[in-house]
Design a protein around this ligand. Structure first.
Ligand code: BZD
Length: 799
């Protein structure tokens, strides 16, 4: 984008005065930010319009990425970067005596997602635009994002997150694109004169207006500006009389009021299914409206439209598309079903049974009577068709409706043409185990798409020092072609480069140390090893295993204050679902241990623990560049992929990992010498589950080192965790340690010991870091997205 510094300064001053009617110098940071954001939106608006017009004119096939969650992070710098004006604006701001970073921090980070799944959706939106694909996002504009986490006395407290408290400069309300979503009502059939077809009458419905708010998704230096559409629930215009009581009005607003804070856990709540239908229906309706403008035969629908559903949350898009094609457009069942299957594709993100969505049949029947009929019909036809081929038993196991429940994964698989897992191992487990019944029926539907991340945000924006160092060492090609970062490998033995890398890391660690001091009052040594575990708190992710290792070091230092141990800072960031009691107990435990150890003078700063409050995208951008070790220690087979593993690797952290999710592919890429692997393999875990011979009590009894650590949980050493310590101890020792922490403990300690040794050899460590950075290219979400486009959506990048 052509733009010079002087011009920018003039425009910025003008914009500020226009908005606030005084000079920018007197403005607050928020006002300074709003003026800049507004200006930037104006700069891409022409490309935005142009992009949409092009797609329409060329009747280009478009993909619609349906996701209940998006976690975009702050958008100012990422838009500037992608527009190619980041440096220019930074300089201009400086000349105006403003600091771009400070101004950028005034943007509220929209937390419209829980974790990996939501962040993946946002990396994908960036990559779809940046690779020049015609793609749209479809989701919910929650009034309140994921709760704000506070620690009070070490306990997690959840506060509401009103992310819209200031003006959201990026969104555009599109009232003219609003649609009606209908709930409840009575369904009847009438025989129409003439053609003899049955017509569906759906009356007495509760109608909700879905109003879209659009946000531009700016591609990287390519002029493409795609659209992310988030829907908000409102009372239909002119229908105010029907919503006369406060209660009725509240009920409407409630639909898009708040994001469910549950991750990898399922709660069968009415409001949740309302949300799911609300945005799925609104999305499908606006697609239909677009398609009808093209004036093409319905059979061409799948040639123009791909609908991708991010996990099962948007699965109701399948019966909704069927409903519209049948009831409103008059297609036959077979025509509608062919179109629907060819249009929809589905990504699975978990094998955890407790996370699988199942809705009570009665709930769907009451809330969505017509949709319920269609699901019943899909199910009947499925069973009828498959029983002669696969027999009664297998067919029944794949039924959508069973025992009064509707299984959303089954509907998603049957109603789509593609089912993918998010890492090689995960997809293998789906095919061989979790979804094996379906794999037997539809082998051609199954495929793998290993997750990826956008290095634009996670390196270029989060780690400016590394970016500058890479540009200087290998040129800038890696920015538009991430694989090219591999040429950094040629510098693996270049002492000068290794030293520079160390300096980059050190400066990022200092930046984090300043944050820890200022925000938490914890002083940390930037030369210590920074050991990072940042992800949702969940038993299977095994933050507790990390804790056991910390306690082992603590005991070593208590026994011998001069023990030869690498100085370490353990950094945690994690939110627990508000209803997940055990996860919250673990948070309390970690905070209590942090308090104990951080304030124990005999430890002499050899261990520091920093548990950051309110972990999210913005904090990730601060922590990841400062990490030396990336903890990816889930029980093998449980973490579908992981994506923080990729972000940390791209920033030169060394992975400490089990062979789970994408860790396996990370090892294959960096090589065994540049990663620390330990623990049970996925098939070994499976075998234990099958044969039932695991006995954690036995390990406790026979391993004195581990026994001593576990006893710390119940002997009063850690103040303030009487209940938590006991419950956690019991889960590990008395209730047989569901996630095999005790089994993996020795291997973990050994790997951690090796990491200490490696870290003390600075050249060796820096070389490992370099090899990680140089091997991270294949994990760019640009490649992931190009594979989705080529193999699933059948769309091509625009030239
Ligand atoms: O999806 C995560 C997986 O646990 C990760 O292994 C994987 O890398 C990412 C991206 O594929 N799953 C989630 O983040 N799941 C949720 O956030 C979620 C949210 C609501 C309901 C159920 C799950």
């Amino acid at each position: 984008m052509a733009f010079d510094v002087q011009e920018f300064k003039k425009e910025y001053q003008k914009k500020f005065e226009e908005l606030f009617a005084y000079g920018y110098e007197a403005g607050s940071k928020t006002e300074q930010y709003i003026a800049l954001g507004d200006l930037v939106r104006g700069l891409y608006s022409e490309d935005w319009i142009q992009t949409i017009m092009e797609y329409n004119k060329k009747k280009e096939k478009q993909v619609y990425y349906f996701s209940m969650e998006f976690l975009p992070g702050r958008m100012l710098k990422s838009n500037l970067l992608n527009m190619g004006i980041l440096d220019c604006v930074k300089q201009g701001m400086e000349e105006l005596d403003l600091d771009l970073d400070e101004v950028a921090r005034a943007e509220v980070d929209p937390a419209l997602g829980n974790g990996g799944l939501g962040r993946l959706a946002s990396c994908f939106m960036d990559s779809i635009a940046s690779t020049g694909l015609a793609g749209n996002g479809n989701g919910i504009r929650y009034r309140y994002g994921l709760f704000k986490q506070k620690f009070i006395n070490g306990y997690q407290i959840e506060l509401p997150e009103n992310w819209l408290r200031n003006k959201n400069v990026w969104e555009v309300r599109k009232e003219n694109k609003a649609v009606i979503v209908r709930f409840g009502g009575d369904v009847s059939f009438t025989q129409e004169d003439g053609d003899g077809r049955l017509r569906v009458r759906h009356e007495n419905t509760r109608d909700i207006l879905a109003v879209p708010y659009d946000t531009a998704q700016v591609g990287y230096n390519n002029g493409v500006v795609n659209n992310l559409r988030l829907w908000s629930a409102e009372i239909p215009y002119g229908d105010e009389a029907r919503f006369s009581t406060e209660e009725q009005r509240e009920e409407v607003k409630r639909i898009t009021e708040v994001l469910y804070p549950d991750d990898s856990n399922y709660e069968g709540r009415l409001l949740r299914v309302q949300q799911e239908y609300f945005f799925s229906s609104a999305g499908v309706q606006s697609i239909i409206r677009y398609f009808k403008q093209l004036k093409l035969d319905w059979s061409l629908f799948p040639d123009k439209i791909a609908i991708h559903i991010n996990d099962t949350h948007p699965t109701l898009a399948i019966p909704e598309l069927m409903r519209i094609l049948l009831d409103e457009e008059g297609l036959t069942w077979d025509q509608a079903w062919e179109i629907t299957k060819k249009t929809v594709s589905y990504t699975n993100h978990t094998i955890l049974q407790e996370a699988m969505e199942r809705w009570p049949e009665t709930m769907i029947a009451d809330l969505l009577p017509r949709i319920y009929q269609i699901i019943q019909e899909i199910n009947l036809r499925h069973i009828d068709k498959k029983t002669p081929l696969y027999g009664e038993e297998l067919s029944q196991r794949t039924a959508i409706i069973a025992n009064g429940q509707i299984k959303m994964a089954n509907l998603a698989i049957i109603g789509s043409h593609s089912v993918n897992g998010v890492a090689r191992l995960h997809t293998d487990i789906l095919m061989a185990d979790t979804l094996n019944d379906f794999y037997v029926m539809y082998p051609q539907k199954f495929n793998n798409k290993t997750n990826g991340i956008t290095q634009r945000r996670w390196v270029q924006i989060a780690n400016e020092n590394l970016t500058a160092m890479l540009d200087e060492t290998i040129g800038t090609e890696w920015k538009s072609n991430p694989e090219e970062i591999k040429i950094l490998k040629a510098h693996r033995d270049n002492k000068n480069v290794l030293d520079k890398l160390e300096q980059v890391k050190l400066s990022n660690k200092k930046r984090f140390a300043a944050y820890a001091l200022q925000e938490m009052g914890i002083e940390i040594d930037p030369t210590a090893l920074f050991d990072v575990q940042i992800k949702r708190l969940h038993a299977y992710k095994r933050q507790l295993l990390n804790v056991l290792h910390i306690l082992d070091r603590y005991l070593q230092l208590k026994d011998n204050p001069n023990a030869d141990l690498q100085k370490r800072v353990f950094i945690f960031g994690a939110k627990a679902a508000p209803s997940y009691y055990y996860a919250k107990q673990i948070i309390k435990l970690i905070n209590s241990i942090a308090y104990l150890i951080n304030n124990d003078p005999s430890i002499n700063d050899k261990i520091k623990i920093v548990f950051v409050e309110n972990y999210g995208v913005s904090l990730a951008e601060l922590i990841i560049p400062a990490a030396d070790i990336s903890e990816q220690i889930s029980l093998a087979g449980k973490e579908a992929s992981g994506t923080s593993n990729m972000k940390l690797m791209s920033n030169g952290a060394i992975t400490m990992a089990t062979l789970d999710g994408a860790n396996v592919e990370i090892r294959d890429n960096v090589g065994e010498d540049n990663i620390f692997i330990f623990g049970l393999k996925s098939d070994e875990v499976q075998e234990y589950y099958r044969n039932g011979v695991y006995n954690s009590r036995d390990i406790y009894d026979k391993n004195p080192r581990l026994k001593r650590i576990l006893n710390l949980l119940i002997d009063g050493t850690i103040p303030g965790v009487e209940t938590e310590g006991r419950d956690i101890f019991d889960s590990l020792v008395m209730y047989n340690d569901e996630y095999f922490l005790l089994k993996d403990f020795d291997g973990y300690l050994q790997a951690q010991y090796e990491a200490d040794v490696a870290f003390s050899d600075r050249d060796r460590w820096n070389r490992m870091a370099l090899m990680n950075i140089a091997s991270s290219g294949p994990f760019s979400s640009d490649y992931t997205i190009l594979r989705y486009a080529d193999e699933i959506w059948k769309i091509k990048p625009q030239s």
